[in-house]
Design a binder for this molecule. Structure first.
Ligand code: 13P
Ligand code: SF4
Length: 324
């Protein structure tokens, strides 16, 4: 067993089930520097559930799904917010904190859903379906949010759709999330053809093979998975809902059909649960590292800025969601 330098040793106790001792020394210097920089700059780090365990468990102040990160971003009293996640999450934090410094450690941390749609596409959908309100998934640019009536996340999509009390809504841009919500509600949902490059790869055959190889395994699927995958899963919900499910139900054996780091992060708190781990990596989430979080805080980069002409309208769509 390698020596683990103090004071990081206390943190290592937390993550030792998912970070081998041989890897830990690589992280220690950056972790200690980040903890010191946060104090110096009165900064907080918000980390999405898909961040790697050394970020999620060792330097983040607030962790969660997209909805939790948006809510907590709106409440923080820090001067600086570092978003350990992807660009649309940092934009949402900036929309809710126009006067604060919001940093993303890598500007290229994008999202295939956000890339799938432009503001002009939203205007075309409105023309094609006059009168139908536009519900936009937070996995979009601020410019797309600005063309929308209200935002949603995978945690609250059905509640947001039904809160509008109309027979038909346009729901953008995730086709599968829209189809999965359509299966749960009487509201007619008009979808777009965007897909998450991570979740679209799971198939019903994967689930059947998992069940054959792991009798009794409980299958949890994110609602960005295709509807035929969600239909064969035992439970579907946002990343936070999947994590809560494991804590509540404590299945003996579970598989999370989602991004790879989720299982590591949830496993830390549940040593009694056996995690089967076929998963898909999100290359955008994986652009965020301890090294670039450290540079973000030390060099104040990369600052998220939103064109003031679109920020007000985009903020309204996010705030309407948060008010629900
Ligand atoms: P959650 O809101 O469920 O965390 O999902 C965000 C995301 O990007 C999933 O791919
Ligand atoms: Fe976007 Fe999918 Fe990555 Fe989530 S997992 S950030 S939806 S590409």
């Amino acid at each position: 067993m390698l020596d683990v330098p103090a004071p990081a040793s206390a943190l290592y106790e937390k993550v030792k089930r998912v970070i081998p001792p041989v890897e830990w020394p690589v992280f220690v210097d950056d972790i200690e520097a980040i903890l010191a920089l946060k104090r110096q700059r009165n900064a907080v780090i918000l980390a999405h559930n898909y961040q790697t365990p050394e970020i999620f468990h060792c330097v983040a102040d607030i962790t969660g799904d997209s909805l939790a990160l948006a809510r907590k971003a709106a409440e923080t009293e820090a001067d600086v917010i570092v978003l350990a996640g992807v660009h649309f999450m940092a934009e949402t934090a900036k929309l809710l904190n126009p006067g604060k410094t919001v940093l993303i450690p890598d500007m290229e941390a994008g999202c295939s859903l956000a890339e799938s749609i432009t503001p002009a596409d939203v205007r075309l959908m409105r023309q094609r379906y006059p009168g139908a309100p536009v519900v936009t998934y937070v996995n979009t640019s601020a410019a797309v949010k600005a063309e929308s009536d209200i935002c949603c996340t995978s945690s609250n999509a059905r509640a947001v759709v039904e809160s509008l009390a109309v027979p038909r809504v346009i729901m953008l841009p995730d086709e599968y999330l829209a189809m999965n919500i359509a299966a749960e509600t009487d509201v007619e949902i008009i979808a777009w053809k965007g897909h998450c490059e991570v979740h679209e790869r799971f198939t019903p055959t994967d689930i059947r093979q998992l069940r054959e190889g792991n009798p009794g395994v409980v299958v949890l699927a994110h609602p960005e998975c295709p509807p035929e995958v969600v239909a064969e899963a035992d439970f579907s919900g946002s990343t936070a809902a999947m994590s809560d499910y494991v804590g509540r139900e404590k299945p003996a054996c579970v598989v999370l059909l989602t991004e790879c780091s989720m299982s590591d992060n949830v496993a830390v708190a549940h040593p009694e649960v056996d995690f089967v781990r076929p998963c898909n990596l999100c290359p955008h989430m994986k652009r965020i590292t301890l090294a670039n979080i450290r540079s973000a805080l030390a060099e104040n980069r990369h600052e998220v800025r939103i064109d003031p002409d679109i920020a007000d309208a985009a903020r309204r769509a996010v705030e309407r969601m948060l008010a629900k």
